[in-house]
Ligand binder design. Sequence first.
Ligand code: IMP
Ligand code: MG
Length: 176
Amino acid sequence: MENKIRVLISKEDVEARIQALADQISREYEGRILHLVTVLKGGVFITTELAKRLTVPVTMDFLTASSYGSGTVSSGNVKVVQGLRESLMGKDVLLVEDIIDSGNTLKTLKAQLLQQEPASLKLLTLLDKPSRRTVEGLTVDYCGFTVPDEFIVGYGLDYAEKYRNLPYIGILEFEE
Ligand code: IMP
Ligand code: MG
């Protein structure tokens, strides 16, 4: 059975927001090299759109995180499955994620990456669902959009690996 997708944020609105974030980040990192660390797979779409619009020099790396636990809710047990190619030591790092839900993934990743002693470490997420947060003390430095507690797809976000390539952000409506 086909699921219906309702457009939440249009392609034009996503792209305009990414441009605004890129302008802000380019100003704030002027004179420095920004090392983008993308959380695969969902973070790829926002990362490339952002990187193309940045005016500061950029380097990039990628990691895969996995959270094990029961059901569809992310557990606190987050593991880096595929690690970075280069050390973060002394770099100005921006960790890029598609969505923050409970916050478990980013909180754990942030603590792990800080052990490599980057010069700075900030967080960027395309989407934030603050109503679902269970961890405390997670500062989101850059956020594209705050979204309601719905199942979101598109622009990197998947449902069973589908819909990542939608050029807009939508709400997946499950058929009864
Ligand atoms: P957290 O650890 O609970 O913050 O979970 C973050 C991860 O859960 C994201 O990287 C997504 O892969 C996934 N996720 C959370 N909410 C959604 C959603 O609405 N649609 C698709 N994936 C989601
Ligand atoms: Mg993800």
